[in-house]
Design a protein around this ligand. Sequence first.
Ligand code: SF4
Length: 351
Amino acid sequence: MNLREKTKQIKIGNITLGGDNNVLIQSMCDIKTSNVKKVIKEINDCEKLGASLMRVSILDKKDALAIKEIKKNISIPLIGDIHYSDELALLAIENGIDKIRINPINTPMDKLISIINKANQYNVAIRIGLNEGSTTPEGKNITSINGLVNLALKTIKFFEENNFFNLVISIKSSSPLKTIKIYEKLAKNTNYPLHIGVTESGFDDIGIIRSTIGLSNLLLKGIGNTIRVSLTQNPQLEVITAKRMLHDLNLYPNYPTIISCPTCGRCKVNNLNEIVNKITAYLEENNINIKIAVMGCIVNGIGESKNADIGIAGANHKFIIFKNRKIIKTVEENNLFNELVIEINKLISKQ
Ligand code: SF4
């Protein structure tokens, strides 16, 4: 049994987090919550891509009241992100939020009592979510690993003393190496499910690399029950990145494995990049769980193609298609995608 399986299981809306349940992907809307229609669309788009939970910011009363309408139009649990205010937390709970995130660095203990009581009454989960960048009402921040972990543990104790156990814990840093140390310490000291993430990890591949360093290291040690990849870009990209990461860690089975050649002077076809993108998008959009190899020539193309469910290797502006380790046809470049879709669909109809 790994560390993840030893964690408690908690209910968030219609899902269970922790224990031997799957590591769940979550993201956060980048639209003001009171902009209800756009928020609903973004949540449903992210769900389609693989998100099991979505979070929204609750900045004011309008955002808290918008929860009711949003909840009617989505099917995954909704989390409200609340800082400083107990009033907004209470309003969000009354309007149907499934879980709230509070930050003990900026929300003093005395404000937590009313939130705890209301969350217990409505069966709402709470994430104690600390962040290295957060400041206290007096403008101080906590940056040491011990300081952050001790505050999280002190807050857990406070919740338990007030008869609240439906908790998820997170402590995020923008440094992947510090994130690893923080969560290793946290996992030794609590068995509540852990939400892991490298916060404010950056833009594009900078953020993807930082998140992958931090999260994959922890996940391989059995630490982490739900993940968020925090990128400067949109939540859809966060979900796709999280899904690809979990898949390569054997933690997200329903996803294609794509092998593609890095291209070199031997490449025998044009636009290999474009072809790989098109095939990847098709397999991802349709959640097709097969292994496919797209190779530019026969040097490694034959071996990789034979090891995949379907493989293609470039050969003088044509592609050789392999299926079940055998060559089944040779097609022109301009016809490759259509031929490939036919073969993929034949394959999955037999699965
Ligand atoms: S598969 Fe062929 S084209 Fe692609 S990198 Fe290898 S040798 Fe080069």
